[in-house]
Design a protein around this ligand. Structure first.
Ligand code: PSV
Ligand code: MN
Length: 406
C-alpha cells in the first residue's frame, strides 16, 4: 500500500513530467561493487588502526560484504586486491562468494607494496623489476580467469620525486610495454580499466597522472582497455563530470572508484563532502544513456560503479552501507532531472532555466521514492538501522583485534 509521503511525491513528480515507474526500474538495476580492502583495517601514512571485529582473511571480508548486499540490495560483487586477498584456491573463494549471494568483481593488481618497487614497478629502470611487475599483472589475469571476473583495475604508484631522477619518456614506453603484455593475456570478455592519479606517493611526476594519459594509453591498447575515474584523484577544482562526459562520448569510460575528497585522495565516504558533484556525474551518465550512438549507450550500460575507500576512524560495515546509500540517493535525484526540459532550455540558450531544471531535481527529497523501491524489493526501509539492530555487529566481535589490513 502506498503511503502518504509517496503519494504526494508521485503527484509532484508527475506534475514535473517524470515517469516514476521507469525511475524505479533503473534504481532497482543499480549495482555498486564494494572493495574487499574497505572491510579490513586501514589507516593513514602515519598509522594503521586496529579495530575489533575486522575480518581476518578474504573469506570473512566477503561475509561482511554480504551483509551490505543483504540489507541494501545494491552490492552483489566485491573487488579483490592481490596480494591482499591472495588465497591458495580461487575456485574456493569464488564458491564462498556465490554461497553468500555474491560474485568476485574486479581484480586489482598491487604494484606498490613490494620493496623492489621503491623507484617504480612497470616503469622501473631495472629490467628485472619491470619483468617482475609484468609477471604480477599476468598472475592477476590468471586469477581473474579463475574467479570469473570481467574487469582488471590497474593503478600504478610509479613516479619520481625530483627533476632529473628518471627519463620520463623511457618510463612512458616501459609502461606501455607492460600493459600491452597484460592486454594480450586477457580473454576477449575481459576489460582493463586504467586508473590515474595526479600525485602520491610520488610528488614530482606521476607516470599515469591524469585522464588524458590514461585515455591515450587505453586507445593505444585497444577496445578492451578503458579509463577508470577515481573521484579522489584530481586536483581541487577539477570538473570531474566533464571528464566523465568526455570519456563516455569517446566510448572509453570503463568505471568509477567512488569516494569523497576535501583536499586530495582522502578516501572519505562518497557523497559526504560534495554530493552535488556526484549528482552531476550521474546527470552526465543518464543523459548519455539515451544517446543516438549505440556505442555510447553500450559504454554507459557497462560502467562499473565501484567504491574505493578506507574507513580509518568509522566502523567499516556501517561506513560501507552509508557509502552505497549515498550513491543510490544521488542517482535517484539525477533520475528526476527532466532531460527534455533541460534540452529545451539549452536550445533556447536560456542559461537560468537550464541550470534550474538540473538543480531542481537535486533539491527533491527522494526518501519516499527509495522507501518505495526498497519495499518492492523486500528490503529494509532503513538499511543502516537494520544493520545496527541486527546481531551481526556483536557476532563479529568474536574475531578480536588484529584482522587483515592493507
Ligand atoms: C590508489 O590511491 C587507489 O585509488 C587505487 O585504486 C588502489 O588500488 C586503491 O587506492 C587502494 O589503495
Ligand atoms: Mn582507486
Amino acid at each position: 500500500m502506498k503511503d502518504l509521503a509517496y503519494t504526494i511525491f508521485e503527484q509532484q513528480q508527475q506534475a514535473r513530467g517524470i515517469d516514476l515507474e521507469q525511475v524505479k526500474t533503473k534504481l532497482k538495476a543499480l549495482q555498486i561493487e564494494t572493495p574487499s580492502w574497505g572491510y579490513g583495517d586501514s589507516g593513514t601514512r602515519f598509522k594503521v588502526f586496529q579495530k575489533v571485529g575486522v575480518p581476518r582473511n578474504p573469506y570473512e571480508k566477503l561475509e561482511d560484504a554480504a551483509q551490505v548486499h543483504r540489507l541494501t540490495g545494491l552490492c552483489p560483487s566485491v573487488a579483490i586486491h592481490i596480494p591482499w586477498d591472495k588465497v591458495d584456491d580461487y575456485g574456493k573463494l569464488k564458491a564462498h562468494a556465490e554461497n553468500l549471494g555474491l560474485k568476485i568483481g574486479a581484480v586489482n593488481p598491487n604494484l606498490f607494496q613490494d620493496e623492489d618497487y621503491m623507484l617504480g614497478s612497470v616503469c622501473n629502470a631495472d629490467a628485472a623489476i619491470r619483468q617482475k611487475a609484468t609477471e604480477h599483472l599476468l598472475e592477476c589475469v590468471d586469477i581473474a580467469k579463475e574467479t570469473g571476473s570481467r574487469d582488471l583495475s590497474l593503478w600504478i604508484a610509479d613516479g619520481t620525486n625530483y627533476p632529473g631522477q628518471a627519463d620520463l619518456r623511457k618510463r612512458k614506453g616501459w609502461l606501455l610495454e607492460a600493459f600491452q603484455a597484460m592486454y594480450k593475456a586477457m580473454t576477449p570478455q575481459m576489460r582493463m580499466l586504467i586508473e590515474y592519479k595526479c600525485f602520491e606517493p610520488a610528488f614530482y611526476h606521476t607516470d599515469l597522472a591524469d585522464w588524458g594519459m590514461a585515455f591515450n594509453l587505453a586507445n593505444k591498447l585497444g577496445p578492451q582497455a578503458q579509463v577508470l575515474v577515481d573521484t579522489g584523484h584530481h586536483a581541487p577544482g577539477t570538473n570531474v563530470e566533464h571528464i566523465v562526459a568526455y570519456l563516455i562520448d569517446e566510448q572509453k569510460l570503463g568505471g568509477f572508484h567512488f569516494n569523497s575528497r576535501k583536499y586530495a585522495d582522502d578516501d572519505l565516504i562518497v557523497g559526504a563532502i560534495n554530493p552535488y558533484e556526484l549528482f552531476l556525474i550521474f546527470y552526465q551518465i543518464i543523459s548519455a544513456s539515451e544517446d543516438q550512438v549505440e556505442g555510447v549507450r553500450e559504454t554507459v550500460r557497462n560502467i562499473a560503479y565501484m567504491i574505493d575507500q578506507s574507513h580509518n576512524i568509522e566502523p567499516k560495515i556501517p561506513a560501507m552501507i552509508r557509502s552505497v546509500l549515498n550513491v543510490q540517493t544521488q542517482y535517484a535525484k539525477a533520475l528526476l532531472i527532466n532531460l527534455e526540459e533541460v534540452a529545451a532550455a539549452q536550445e533556447a540558450q536560456d542559461v537560468l532555466a537550464a541550470e534550474d531544471a538540473v538543480r531542481r531535481a537535486f533539491e527533491c527529497d527522494v526518501t519516499p521514492l527509495l522507501h518505495a523501491v526498497r519495499e518492492e524489493q523486500g528490503l529494509p526501509l532503513d538499511p543502516m538501522k537494520a544493520y545496527l539492530d541486527s546481531s551481526y555487529p556483536q557476532e563479529i566481535l568474536a574475531r578480536g583485534k588484529g584482522g587483515a589490513s592493507w
